[in-house]
Ligand binder design. Structure first.
Ligand code: HEC
Length: 179
């Protein structure tokens, strides 16, 4: 539209333009506040340690598989079967590595505990009795949180639906109690 169309013709297009601009600002603000809300929810979920290990997320499970095979399998077994006679103490008094599949007791723990044990080991007084000694290493310096959650997602992908459900419910209950 040319600038010098004469007096009467400029007002309508101008009004139309400013309404469009206002609309665009409105949509922009809406999108921004929506993005903020989504971000806030994600941060809140992470702070609360909600289930960030999702066995139905193929990408996370694939990452977790490589983490598991590299860092966990030589103790917990390539098929998550654990070490032989895992329920009996070793001659030096420590426990062997338990299985992570449905036959073990990994699924008896809520997500936050599994994350804590994997990242920090069986911290005495927190995840084990005081002065407890364990062969479970700490991975705080070598694995990122994302890799720890990935390994747990991979472990969960071996569990049958009823066990996944039971562990999910336990995780939700523990989250509720902490609030
Ligand atoms: C050097 C051997 C070793 C490696 C490597 C290892 N673990 Fe362990 N893990 C153990 C042992 C041994 C225990 C049992 C400790 C005990 O009861 O004293 C254990 C226990 C656990 C438990 C608690 C299970 C339960 O039922 O209470 C989790 C969870 C766990 N390991 C996850 C992992 C993950 C995930 C990795 C890889 C990132 C890993 N571990 C690597 C030896 C190992």
């Amino acid at each position: 539209m040319a600038m010098n169309d004469g007096p009467g013709t400029t007002s309508t297009p101008e009004n139309g333009t400013s309404a469009r601009v206002r609309n665009r600002i409105g949509v922009g603000l809406l999108a921004a506040s929506f993005a903020f809300l989504v971000g806030a929810i994600i941060v809140a979920m992470q702070l609360e340690g909600k289930s960030s290990a999702d066995p139905d997320n193929p990408r996370q499970v694939a990452l977790g598989r490589s983490v598991y095979e590299r860092t966990c399998a030589y103790c917990h077994g390539a098929r998550l079967e654990g070490q032989p006679n895992w329920q009996e103490k070793l001659p030096r008094g420590r426990m062997p590595a338990p299985p992570h599949d449905a036959s073990g007791h990994t699924w008896h723990h809520p997500d936050a505990v599994l994350f804590g044990i994997t990242k920090h080991g069986l911290v005495p007084g927190k995840y084990a009795p005081p002065s407890y000694q364990s062969d479970m290493p700490t991975f705080a310096g070598t694995l990122s949180d994302e890799e720890v959650w990935g390994a747990l997602a991979y472990i969960k992908s071996f569990w049958p639906p009823d066990i996944r459900k039971a562990q999910r419910e336990m995780t939700a209950e523990t989250e509720q109690k902490r609030r």
